[in-house]
Design a protein around this ligand. Structure first.
Ligand code: AMP
Ligand code: GLY
Length: 438
């Protein structure tokens, strides 16, 4: 026991959760940190406990058994399943939205309708149901390409087609309404294709107050030069220089605050980490989508930059006292390179041995977070997922952060893995950023 003030339970098992565990366990409020189910990296920060995060009864029993006062959610699935509601009904504070507020991520048409009602800038769109295929196809032909077709529900990031031609768009409509994504595709959203720089922006909210938590840029494609299939994210960096103080103000005033006000007005205030996927278009920032959690791997770089106490911030968000809190981020740049199993995001083998992590972490200002790892019977570290390690470097600018991260990657001995070699390239190629980016 560390002598902090409360036990905290963190839900999840990826690199995002290792980064959260790393900061939470160092927090002033944290006595013992429990992680359900966690991974070998989170085990260095607290106590991993088995359990199914989607089973509200199991999470509640674990929270009671370990006298947990705060439950922090990493991923979205337990939130859209309503696990946070059950905990709150039983008097346990949670960091993460209710099931109703998690619809900001769980349903694209919910978010689009909210944008329309509250004047939040986003791509023009229309929603079609399974029995409206002919109307949907006619709409696509009328709008022309490029055009974006999305399955309405959670489809593990695979439910979006940015179609370059009308024929491709028609094919996507037919396959989604035809059941390719099961229920997630029973409704499709067809929207205008936005052109510009794509960035992620994060805020903490207690339902009322929004505290900016910085910008990041993800690298979604599997291979260099943004080629290959979409993944959960192969790397990221923060801050993004195009999100300067003025852009941050526009994002907060035009997008984030009206969203939070709209959620309050509907009686479902949003509490937790709100992750806005944005396109910075010639007409200003526009919302692509919301997620109701930190991004993975964006969280890993935000945690490297955070200088405030994460336990205090998440407790304040859970208790509705964020107005008195402040998120302090270092002006340094953090960059993460994800090491993934060869074959990811398709099929890949598990169980290969990974060596060299100590040498990687011996590089100045490098921390390696575990994404999908396991210990084998001999205690050796092995690959157990698609994304396996998140290698983060911190530096005075993107050049230094990137050099450190890649020097660390070179020290890791894992022939069965791969990574992108161009994380941060867009930022490096940009004219020097203005001071004060977030
Ligand atoms: P989503 O799952 O909504 O984040 O979409 C996945 C990716 O598709 C986004 O990260 C964007 O790169 C792209 N995308 C989604 N919607 C649009 C849009 N309206 N215009 C341009 N690109 C989009
Ligand atoms: N890296 C994108 C996400 O977490 O959704």
């Amino acid at each position: 026991m560390r002598g902090g003030m409360m036990n905290i339970l963190l839900i999840g098992s990826g690199g995002r959760e290792h980064a959260l565990a790393w900061r939470l366990s160092a927090g002033r409020l944290c006595d013992t940190l429990f992680i359900m189910p966690g991974n070998p990296g989170t085990a260095r920060c607290g106590v991993n406990i088995p359990g199914n995060p989607l089973d509200a009864g199991e999470v509640l029993r674990a929270a009671r058994e370990h006298t947990v006062e705060l439950v922090v959610f990493g991923p979205e699935a337990p939130l859209t399943a309503g696990v946070s509601d059950v905990l709150e009904q039983n008097g346990i504070r949670v960091f993460g939205p209710s099931r109703a507020a998690a619809a900001l991520e769980g349903s694209k048409s919910f978010t689009k309708d909210l944008c329309r009602e509250f004047g939040i800038p986003t791509a023009g769109y229309r929603v079609f149901q399974a029995d409206e295929e002919e109307d949907a196809l006619a709409y696509v032909r009328g709008m022309g390409a490029p055009i974006v077709i999305k399955a309405d529900g959670l489809a593990a990031g695979k439910g979006v087609v940015v179609a370059a031609t009308v024929a491709e768009a028609e094919g996507a409509v037919k396959s989604m309404l035809g059941g390719a994504f099961g229920n997630a595709g029973a409704t499709v959203v067809i929207e205008e294709c936005l052109i510009g720089e794509e960035v992620s922006f994060f805020v903490l909210s207690d339902g009322e107050t929004a505290l900016p938590f910085g910008s990041a840029q993800d690298h979604k494609r599997a291979f260099d030069n943004d080629e290959g299939p979409n993944t959960g994210g192969m790397g990221a960096y923060s801050p993004v220089s195009v999100v300067d103080a003025d852009m941050e103000r526009r994002i907060l005033d035009d997008i984030i605050r009206p969203t939070l006000a709209g959620m309050r007005a509907r009686g479902t205030p949003f509490k937790g980490a709100l992750f806005a996927g944005l396109m910075l278009t010639a007409d200003g920032p526009k919302l692509i989508e919301y997620n109701v959690r930190f991004g993975d791997p964006e969280c890993q770089v935000l945690m490297r930059r955070l200088t405030s106490d994460l336990s205090e911030l998440l407790w304040a968000a859970a208790c509705g006292t964020l107005a008195a809190a402040e998120v302090e981020l270092s002006q340094q740049t953090a960059l993460v390179v994800v090491l993934a199993s060869k074959g990811y995001p398709g099929a890949y083998a598990k169980g290969s041995v990974i060596a060299g992590l100590d040498e990687a972490e011996a590089v100045d200002d490098v921390v390696v977070f575990h994404s999908g790892t396991a210990l084998d019977a001999n205690g050796a570290l092995t690959a157990a997922g698609g994304r396996v390690l998140s290698v983060t470097g911190l530096g005075s600018d993107i050049r230094e952060a990137r050099a450190r991260a890649y020097e660390a990657v070179a020290n890791i001995r894992w022939p069965e893995g791969f990574c992108r070699s161009d994380i941060g390239r867009r930022e490096l190629e940009r004219p020097r950023g203005k001071a004060g980016s977030r």
